[in-house]
Design a protein around this ligand. Structure first.
Ligand code: AMP
Length: 370
């Protein structure tokens, strides 16, 4: 399984752009990277390791995949929990499959935050259009209906403007078990990316401030314009979650900041889009630190390496060499995932580092049409 020059083999369930970036960090350290993805070698991670073609729910395939791995991790949270547990009986799996169960379900996730004393917005579970109408009357409008499971990038969501929207909203989310959330008139969105090692040591990247459009992350800035108190509360939330699970690896929690109050929205038990800036702008990237943690190795420092950072997502962008040249000429770092551009699809990102990063990010946005 392991070549003479390889120091360890890491299996990543999922071969999308996060897998690819984990792979880039792993290959640089001499790790042999292996991925499991239904797209096989055509997946973005195909550029950095072998991608075994297989469905995540296929337990036989998963067991085949983990054979010979020194550690196994995932690049997305919708890995079947039972399969992850079966894998964990045989090989080192991190983060723990227990966290998947919570992170896969918005209701369990919000209740988990509350159980740890981490504030969230107001929400109610809903299981029918009648319940939804009642919840909208109690919570007030606007309110956001979200399926409990499998939503991402704004998918599986509907904004209710009146309780009378209940039928339409219910149909829009496919009649699936959902939660209704009060619409938060936030001042900003921030995320904390934290890492915890095998021995319980923890570190936190500077908070990122995130701008979404239509539910999709467009731009992140680090450090966020946040008070010391906000930063401390965000880190404290991540600390509680990680200690609660005996967590190993990178964890992300996204928050709304409204009038100085920090409300947890959701968490991701993995590397995260709002941490892509760490590749170019932190002393150790989130990808390298995740791999270090998963392998039980010492963590690297999370601080900025060269001033403030901006990250601009490339969404549905059709790039050509002229575009790349213009971005590079602005001092941007160009990252491309090897995916066919489609509307709403993340196909790459650009990072800018330095005191004038925000101004240059705006110029990059004009060039890439973000
Ligand atoms: P989510 O899938 O929960 O991360 O939501 C995607 C994005 O939609 C968030 O980052 C916000 O920009 C927006 N959003 C989601 N829920 C709410 C809410 N309750 N209030 C206001 N904006 C929301």
């Amino acid at each position: 399984m392991r070549g003479p020059a390889d120091v360890a083999t890491v299996g990543v369930v999922g071969g999308g752009q996060l897998g690819r970036m984990l792979g880039l960090a792993g290959v640089a350290m001499g790790l042999r990277m292996r991925f499991l993805d239904p797209a096989g070698d055509a997946a973005p991670a195909g550029a950095v390791g072998r991608v075994i073609r297989g469905e995540f729910s296929d337990e036989r395939m998963l067991l085949e995949f983990i054979r010979g791995c020194d550690a196994v991790t995932y690049e997305f949270e919708n890995v079947p929990v039972a399969a992850a547990r079966t894998a964990a009986d045989r090989v080192r799996v991190a983060p723990t499959p227990d966290v998947l169960e919570v992170a896969q379900d918005r209701l369990l996730e919000k209740r988990y935050f509350q159980s740890l004393g981490i504030p969230t917005g107001v929400f109610e579970p809903v299981g029918s259009p009648e319940e939804l109408r009642g919840a909208a009357e109690r919570i007030g409008v606007p309110a956001v209906l979200k399926t409990r499971r499998l939503g991402y990038d704004g998918k599986g969501q509907f904004v209710l403007r009146s309780p009378g929207d209940a039928e339409a909203a219910w149909a829009a989310v496919g009649g699936l078990p959902s939660i209704l959330e009060a619409f938060v008139a936030f001042d900003r969105e921030v995320s904390v990316i934290a890492v915890r090692g095998e021995g319980g040591e923890m570190d936190f990247y500077p908070l990122a401030e995130n701008v979404h459009r239509a539910g999709i992350l467009r731009r992140s800035a680090a450090p966020a314009r946040a008070s010391e108190g906000v930063r401390r509360r965000a880190e404290d939330a991540a600390r509680r979650v990680m200690e609660g699970f005996g967590y190993v690896g990178v964890l992300t929690i996204e928050f709304f900041e409204a009038g100085g109050v920090l409300l947890a929205n959701e968490m991701a038990p993995r590397v995260h889009n709002s941490g892509h800036w760490t590749i170019d702008g932190a002393r150790t990237s989130q990808f390298e630190n995740h791999l270090r943690a998963v392998l039980g190795w010492p963590l690297g420092p999370c601080g900025l390496s060269g001033g403030p950072c901006e990250m601009v997502n490339l969404i549905g962008t059709r790039a050509d060499a002229a575009m790349v040249r213009k971005v590079l000429a602005l001092g941007g770092r160009w990252h491309w995932y090897g995916k066919e551009p489609r509307d709403g699809r993340k196909v790459g990102h650009v990072t800018l580092v330095g005191d004038d990063a925000a101004a240059r990010a705006a110029q990059v946005e004009a060039i890439v049409g973000a």
